[in-house]
Design a protein around this ligand. Structure first.
Ligand SMILES: [Zn+2]
Length: 377
């Protein structure tokens, strides 16, 4: 740590790649190591504020803040015995959430990495980044969408010991459903998710009219965008809604889910983002002036997710990286440029459809949510 005292931990261990759902599964744990290696090759960890922090496995009492005891009891033996009778009932099985050896320990480790990042921020770090976290689909009693424990929700719970008002901002291409449901009836956690519409993408939820329950009405904010939405329209939705809400709410801390699967190369979603717009949204989140617990999330194209998280951590440190990927890394992985040099082609009709859908989302949030926060629509 340097004389300025800024501390921006990167929570990482190669052991995090043990969360491995198998060679056919789209979630590739090697993306974590590839990001770590790219940051290392660029020399980013030599920056005075950069520090690599080893993750601790989550304590079960932390996990129980967001999950039912019977679910945790069901996950515990899964890695050892593939004939566990309850596995299917809890969302496990061939497909999205297959069993694998060490599943419980691996789940505790990525979850603990997010708790570690939260603790770093609670202890005074400006930002902490856990690229292995952001598994936002896990439900209270069910694995869902590659996610076993909901580490963002668990991190938020751990922050609630110290902070009274928390904003959760999720820029993954999928709706952050599990995190929203964990807090949708309370107003001390504002959740905002911008995502491809549930009409075309898993998990099929997160419509703009869905604004929370009871005391939490107005504190669950959903910004669906249409498939094929590109940089300009996506960023417009984000910038017209997120800054006014966050500035009015005044969170003491922000938890940011930085899923990278909105990239146009991503095989699982239909958004058309480049590194540029995505990084602009990250900069906006970092610029609110609150400390940030940053988490990873989706990202199924190894090149784009690796480049985007590298750009994000460099941005957190205030380091400008050259577009030229260091030689050794470029040769090993065939990735040559850090930022996208090309933009996807989006047809005029897709553009029109995306613009109309974006306008509708913005109108709905201004009508339903802004008045609750005293923001003039
Ligand atoms: Zn996703």
């Amino acid at each position: 740590m340097g004389s300025s005292g800024r501390r921006i931990p990167f929570v990482y261990s190669d052991r995090l790649t043990g969360y491995d759902m198998g060679p056919q599964h789209p979630l590739k744990p090697v993306r974590l190591r590839m990001t770590f290696e790219l940051l290392s090759e660029y020399g980013v960890f030599e920056h005075e504020a950069a520090v690599i922090v080893e993750p601790e496995p989550a304590a079960e009492e932390d996990v129980l803040q967001a999950h039912r005891p019977d679910y945790v009891d069901a996950v515990r033996p899964l890695g050892n015995d593939k004939t566990v009778p309850d596995a299917r009932r809890y969302g496990f099985g061939p497909g999205d959430n297959p069993l694998f050896p060490g599943i419980f320990e691996a789940s505790l480790l990525y979850t603990g990495a997010s708790v570690t990042a939260a603790r770093e921020v609670a202890d005074g770090a400006d930002i902490a980044f856990n690229i292995s976290g952001g598994l936002h689909h896990a439900l209270r009693d069910r694995a869902s969408g590659f996610c076993i424990f909901n580490d963002p929700a668990i991190a938020v719970h751990s922050l609630l010991h110290k902070f009274k008002r928390i904003a959760y901002i999720d820029i993954d291409a999928h709706h952050g459903d599990g995190v929203q449901y964990a807090f949708h009836d309370r107003n001390d956690v504002l959740t905002i998710s911008i995502h491809e519409s549930g009409q075309s993408l898993f998990p099929g939820t997160g419509f703009a009219e869905d604004i929370g329950l009871g005391d939490g009405i107005g504190y669950s904010v959903n910004l669906p965008v249409a498939p094929f939405t590109g940089d300009e329209i996506w960023l417009r939705v984000f910038e017209e809604i997120v800054p006014p809400l966050v500035e009015s709410y005044g969170p003491e801390v922000i938890v940011a889910q930085l899923g990278a699967d909105g990239h146009f190369d991503d095989p699982l979603t239909h958004l058309n983002l480049t590194t540029a717009a995505w990084l602009e949204a990250v900069k906006t989140i970092l610029g609110f002036g609150s400390p940030v617990v940053a988490l990873g999330g989706g990202g199924y194209n190894l090149s784009s997710v690796t480049r985007m998280w590298t750009l994000a951590y460099a941005t957190m440190l205030g380091v400008e990286l050259s577009d030229q990927i260091p030689d050794r890394y470029a040769q090993q992985y065939g990735i040559r440029r850090l930022r996208d040099a090309i933009s996807p082609v989006i047809s005029a009709s897709q553009q029109r459809y995306a613009r109309d859908a974006a306008d509708e989302t913005i109108r709905t949030i201004r009508r339903l949510v802004f008045p609750i926060h005293g923001i003039c629509p």
